[in-house]
Structures are given as C-alpha cells and as structure tokens.
Design a protein around this ligand. Structure first.
Ligand SMILES: C[S@@+](CC[C@H](N)C(=O)[O-])C[C@H]1O[C@@H](n2cnc3c(N)ncnc32)[C@H](O)[C@@H]1O
Length: 246
C-alpha cells in the first residue's frame, strides 16, 4: 500500500492548482448541479463526506443537513476547517484503508474528485460492506471517480509523445508522485459496490479534462453544458455514481 500523505504536501497549493482553476471550477459546478437535482428537497440529512480535501464541497453539502467531513491528510483538513466561519461541520481523520470508527449512522456518503481512486480494488470491496453499515436504511452514496478512460487526456499526451502518460488510465500503473492510482470504469464501480443499486451516473470533464485545457476552456468559455451528449462516448475525466443501499 502506498502512502497517501503526499496530499499533506499538496494541501496548500491544491485549491490554486485544481479547485480554483478553470477546468476544476467548471467540473465542480457541473457536479453540484447534478447532485442538487439528486438531493432536491432534502434539508436534514446526516452527511458523511469522505476524502473531503480542502473542503470545497462543504458549504454546498451543508445546505442538505449536518456534515461530518473526513480525510486522511491533517493538512487538507486544516485547509477545510479554515474555510468555515462557525462550527458548522465536524472534522475527523479517516484513512479509508482502515475500518471506520463512527458510532452514528448517516443518510448520505459523499466523495468528490477521486479520493477513492487512491484505494485498491480489494480495499474498495471491503469498503462496500463498511459503507453499507454506516448508512441508515435507504441511504445513498454519491461517489465521484476518475474514469478509466479520458479521450482528451489521451490525445493531449499522445500528441506530446508522452506515451506512458497517454495510456496511464488503461495501463493500471498510474502514480501521483509515489501514490498508486487506480482508475475505475462504471462496470467496475457497479461490481465493487454490490450491496448498492446504481441509480444514476453522470460524467464531466470530457472537454475540460485537465489543466492543459484551462487556457482554451477560458478563451472559448467552454462549460460543457451543450456537449453533455458526447460524454457517454468520449470518456470523461470524472464520473459520478449515485448508489442506493439495497
Ligand atoms: C484529489 S483530492 C479530492 C479532494 C476533495 N474531495 C475535492 O473535491 O477537492 C483527493 C483527496 O483524497 C484524500 N485521500 C487520499 N487517500 C486517502 C485515504 N486513504 N483515506 C482518506 N482520504 C484519502 C487526499 O488526502 C485528498 O484530500
């Protein structure tokens, strides 16, 4: 198992490099729009956010109820805490490679932008049971994974003669610094979370798939709203899965 604490080192620059970049902002906005349709009318949920990072989703999630935010990286959690004015959210360290230690149950487990791609398929199968036990009957999970195939990313790196990077998602040998990264297809996610029913899926980042698209995206004001129909065929950067406890 590789060490996820690389995110401690990245905590300070994460928002600048990703959350507040053009492609990062658009992908997150698109996910929020999708999630707000899924959670329409709900205001008193007990929400567990896993791998919350710098907490960019916390204010959004607070609209739907009481939020407990977790991450393996103390420095990421520190950045997240600094964004909230009051004690609106409870923060706890949870390394997803270890079993959870919560006494309470939740209505919703939320994970955004690929924290779960840092987890091996074997551990995700164990998490399927652990997530199930953390949820009340009828509980939901909304999980965003980096997708197993991104056409734009492939074309970009292929064109730059960076063959290894071009096929990193398919090769199953990707790394973020020293950390192993696992890319998952919709079929794999469905199989892993066997105790859940896949209700909906959504894709974003088919055009705005990486930092290399920031300049063009900004110039052409690409928001992907009009290109949604391409997503199933093109292979987008991220996919969001809505899974309901069976
Ligand atoms: C790409 S960031 C996403 C952060 C945040 N969810 C967002 O939307 O910006 C991935 C996050 O996963 C966390 N992470 C990586 N491995 C983890 C693990 N084993 N347990 C818990 N969190 C982990 C990292 O610390 C990091 O904050």
């Amino acid at each position: 198992m590789s060490d996820p604490y690389i995110f401690d080192e990245k905590a300070k620059e994460y928002d600048k490099e990703f959350s507040h970049s053009y492609f990062g902002k658009i992908q997150r906005q698109n996910i929020h729009t999708f999630v707000s349709h899924q959670l329409q009318g709900k205001t008193d949920l007990d929400v567990l956010e896993i791998n919350c990072g710098t907490g960019e989703d916390l204010l959004f999630l607070c609209k739907y109820g009481k939020v407990t935010a977790t991450d393996v990286s103390p420095k990421m959690l520190h950045q997240a805490e600094a964004k909230l004015a009051k004690n609106e959210v409870e923060f706890t360290i949870w390394d997803l490679n270890k079993p959870p230690a919560f006494q309470k149950k939740f209505d919703l487990i939320f994970s955004n932008f690929g924290g779960l791609n840092c987890i091996t398929p074997e551990r995700l199968i164990e998490l399927n049971k652990e997530f199930r036990n953390l949820l009340d009957p009828g509980g939901l999970m909304i999980l965003t994974f980096m997708h197993s195939w991104s056409l734009m990313e492939f074309l970009y790196f292929f064109n730059k003669l960076m063959w290894k990077k071009a096929v990193r998602r398919l090769s199953k040998k990707a790394k973020y610094h020293d950390l192993d990264i696992y890319y998952y297809s919709a079929k794999e996610v469905k199989k892993i979370f066997a105790d859940f029913h896949l209700e909906e899926k959504y894709a974003t980042g088919s055009l705005l798939s990486g930092a290399y698209m920031n300049w063009l995206g900004k110039k052409l004001k690409i928001t992907e709203k009009k290109t949604q129909w391409l997503f199933p065929f093109w292979g987008a950067d991220h996919r969001v899965y809505v899974l309901k406890k069976r």
